[in-house]
Design a protein around this ligand. Structure first.
Ligand code: HMG
Ligand code: MG
Length: 322
């Protein structure tokens, strides 16, 4: 079931500077971004089943956890235990967040081959999230990236607060491009542009993507990461995809948030993204029915319904048999 079956017109024109891709990689962050903000710590067995179910639903990239300081994010303090219990599905990647040398040691001990460092475009947020200034974050990340790349790991670079910061307000596009370029120069293979507090709108997204392209960073190096605080995440994703961005971060059922950012709510729901990609005829590899079942199952574990519109629509219809 998808929007095509409803017989709606789906044609879109290809814009500059990129073109609408034929395929989108969904970078599923539910197990990490989704669960890091939960009030109660989710049992490791539930996290493992969640990952297993998402792999069964066809998701090819499952950001699994973070090797951050456990006192900072107790929800993910079980990272080593989780990876020890993880049955890796064939062909599925399981990246993790790593902030520093200690985190990289722990990730390597757990057999990780795919990591992400997480920078920010603003001074206040680097202080609050990393206990470092904007410049100091690079001093912390640089040796991590050098060692990881030297050991053959793939390193993704997040940039948080790309569109607005709850303490500093609007964030200049040039500031974001400058931070992003430093991460690429360090050795990151991809940048994920984060709207941590969900304030972006499509015109702003377009301006940022175009600014990266103008600065020599192709859309093939960019991913987008939208939180849905103001209901703009899907529209923002569409703006980026139309410009050729072909990696999109989302979380099953719309779980998510950041414990160190006021007003950060859930990520773009993967089900809402899949519905839109189906409508556009873009390949993604996900079985929407299985994913909705997973999010309904997870919502029962968390004791509250999923905020995803598609989970509400399909989950209810399935449950009632209508
Ligand atoms: P710090 O307190 O400055 O740590 O934290 P430190 O470097 O001063 O070290 C103090 C002690 O912590 C040492 O132990 C270290 O070994 C230990 P001691 O010598 O005193 O016994 N330590 C660690 N232990 C285990 N694992 C580690 C680790 N590091 C230090 N990795 C730090 C600095 C960066 C570690 C801290 O600020 C931190 O963990 N921050 C992470 C915050 C976080 O996870 N935020 C959420 C993820 S970001 C996000 O959600 C945004 C994103 O989704 C994109 C978007 O939406 O925009 C990605
Ligand atoms: Mg996030």
């Amino acid at each position: 079931m998808g929007p095509r079956e409803l017989g709606l017109p789906m044609q879109v024109a290809s814009p500059e500077p990129g073109e609408l891709p034929t395929e989108v990689t969904i970078w599923e962050v539910g197990a990490r971004d989704g669960l890091q903000n939960e009030k109660e710590v989710v049992p490791v067995e539930v996290k493992l089943e969640f990952l297993q179910r998402m792999a069964d639903a066809g998701l090819g990239v499952l950001e699994a956890t973070s090797f951050v300081r456990p006192e900072w994010v107790p929800q993910l303090a079980d990272a080593a235990e989780l990876l020890a219990g993880l049955e890796r599905a064939p062909g599925v990647r399981y990246p993790v967040l790593v902030p520093n040398a200690r985190g990289l040691d722990r990730a390597l001990e757990s057999g990780v081959r795919d990591i992400a460092i997480f920078a920010a475009a603003t001074e206040t947020f680097t202080q609050r999230n990393l206990n470092r200034s904007l410049d100091e974050q690079f001093v912390m990340f640089d040796p991590v990236v050098q060692r990881a790349v030297g050991e053959g790991l793939a390193v993704r670079g997040y940039v948080s607060m790309c569109f607005g910061d709850p303490w500093e307000g609007a964030v200049p596009v040039e500031q974001v491009v400058s931070v992003g370029k430093r991460l690429l120069e360090m050795g990151c293979w991809q940048l994920s542009l984060g709207d941590t507090i969900g304030v972006a709108t499509p015109g702003h997204v377009e301006a940022l993507v175009r600014a990266f392209v103008a600065a020599g960073v192709g859309v093939d190096r960019l991913a987008v990461h939208f939180h849905d605080t103001y209901g703009q995440a899907l529209a923002n994703t569409y703006a980026a995809v139309r410009l050729g961005v072909s990696t999109v971060d989302s979380s099953a059922g719309g779980l998510g948030g950041c414990p160190y950012a006021k007003s950060a709510t859930g990520n773009l729901a993967t089900e809402d993204l899949v519905w839109m990609l189906d409508g556009l005829g873009l390949k993604h590899g996900v079985d929407l029915g299985k994913l909705v079942e997973t999010s309904v199952w997870m919502a029962e574990r968390l004791g509250r319904p999923s905020p995803s519109r598609v989970v509400k629509a399909l989950g209810t219809a399935e449950a009632s048999g209508s």
